[in-house]
Design a protein around this ligand. Structure first.
Ligand SMILES: *Cc1c(COP(=O)(O)O)cnc(C)c1O
Length: 387
């Protein structure tokens, strides 16, 4: 492991050896029986990871932003009213995508590093009929987590479709798509799903498919139109070849391996491990005097942590931490970009990855001249990892 640098950013993340080995195999034909089998397995395993036993999964080559547009393009028609639950950078992006597809967008407002109050969302839902309510589960710009379950309940009562951008959540943060009444939950391969970048993934409910099937206007995209992708997904799951656009064969095979690893751990165990790792990491940062962006403790995500730089320290500490063995990410939210850093701890992150990262952060901060009790972060993290 000499010279090995952990990639502890909020995606791409550290991938398992088995997943990486799978991507390096000779590429099969997209209609090879072996590939058809694996594609079908990946689709059906997605339902178990998303906890959406009756949903329709889609696997399309692209990044998380493509997954956002894949969802929006198919359920939105010009003039549709959409309510965006504002949480920052990625909810702003979702609003943009909806506007491109002709939606009339209202924003449930929030303060920086906070989420809109559920009461405000409820009153907006009473005042106007919305076709879609869009929620960013974890806004990766600030590590603010939204209470998807509560908002989905309110949106459901108001008869709206519920779209969840789960790009930094699915497979790490607790999300029970069907039980919580979420109509579309989307993500990308490189986040908590644990596969190199390149796959847009989502599951659509019957209601979402119904909204698609009963559209009065055509989908405003050729590549994204479910009329072409749905038969492909159905065919592969039925063990038959189909073609619309060539699938990312090696990545789909790697997805199959990763989903198998996720399910071998089990979803409840996985949610718990993410919560524990996040808690241990935060305890370490608190112990060396650092604090977090989210306005309240119940907004803290399990998949990543956004940490304020202390007095006298700025982004020039990040290359030092990288030299000490952990690549971290800088700030992303434009209003506060230079004032904080972000650490991803999702996927197969284990205790040694958390401790290595905390150690690299301590050594980097020490080299940058920050004064703290050396080792206090490691001790605090270890205490929680051992509890
Ligand atoms: C990373 C991310 C995206 C964008 O995904 P890309 O793969 O970079 O296109 C969208 N939403 C959230 C919440 C994210 O974390």
């Amino acid at each position: 492991m000499k010279g090995k640098r952990l990639l502890m950013i909020p995606g791409p993340i550290e991938f398992t050896e088995e997943v990486l080995a799978e991507t390096g195999k000779p590429t099969l034909s997209h209609v090879d029986p072996q590939f058809i089998k694996e594609f079908g397995q990946a689709l059906s395993m997605m339902r178990k990871v998303w906890l959406a036993p009756s949903g329709q999964p889609f696997i399309v080559a692209g990044s998380g932003t493509l997954a956002m547009e894949l969802a929006v393009a198919n359920i939105t028609e010009p003039g549709d009213s959409v309510l965006i639950v504002n949480t920052g950078y990625f909810s702003d992006r979702m609003a943009q995508v909806f506007k491109v597809h002709g939606a009339v967008v209202d924003i449930a407002p929030s303060e920086l590093c906070d989420v809109p109050q559920t009461e405000i969302i409820r009153s907006m839902l009473k005042a106007k009929r919305y076709k879609i309510v869009s929620i960013t589960h974890v806004d990766t710009s600030t590590s603010v987590k939204t209470d998807v379950k509560a908002i989905a309940e309110a949106a459901r009562e108001a008869g709206a479709l519920i779209l969840v951008d789960g790009v930094c959540a699915v497979g790490g943060e607790e999300l029970r798509q069907e039980a919580w009444g979420v109509d579309i939950a989307l993500t990308a391969s490189q986040k908590a799903i644990g596969v190199p970048p390149g796959l847009a993934l989502l599951i659509a409910s019957d209601r979402a498919l119904e909204a698609f099937r009963t559209r009065k206007t055509p989908v405003r995209s050729y590549y994204l139109d479910w009329q072409y992708w749905l038969p492909v997904m159905e065919a592969y799951e039925a063990g038959k070849p189909a073609y619309f656009g060539t699938p990312a064969v090696n990545l789909v095979r790697a997805l199959n391996v990763s989903l198998g690893q996720i399910l071998a751990e089990g979803m409840d165990a996985r949610f718990l491990r993410h919560r524990r790792n996040a808690k241990a990491f935060r305890a370490a940062m608190s112990a060396i005097g650092l604090s977090f962006l989210p306005a309240r403790d119940n907004l803290l995500a399990s998949t990543l942590t956004a940490v304020w730089y202390p007095e006298g320290i700025d982004a020039s500490v990040l290359p030092l931490i990288a030299e000490e063995g952990a690549m971290l990410a800088g700030g992303l939210h434009p209003a506060i970009k230079t004032k904080y850093f972000r650490v991803g701890h999702m996927g197969m992150s284990d205790a040694s990855e958390i401790l290595s990262t905390v150690g690299a952060i301590e050594r980097g901060f020490a080299r940058a001249g920050y004064r703290f009790d050396h080792g206090a972060g490691l001790a605090a993290a270890e205490k929680i990892l051992l509890s």
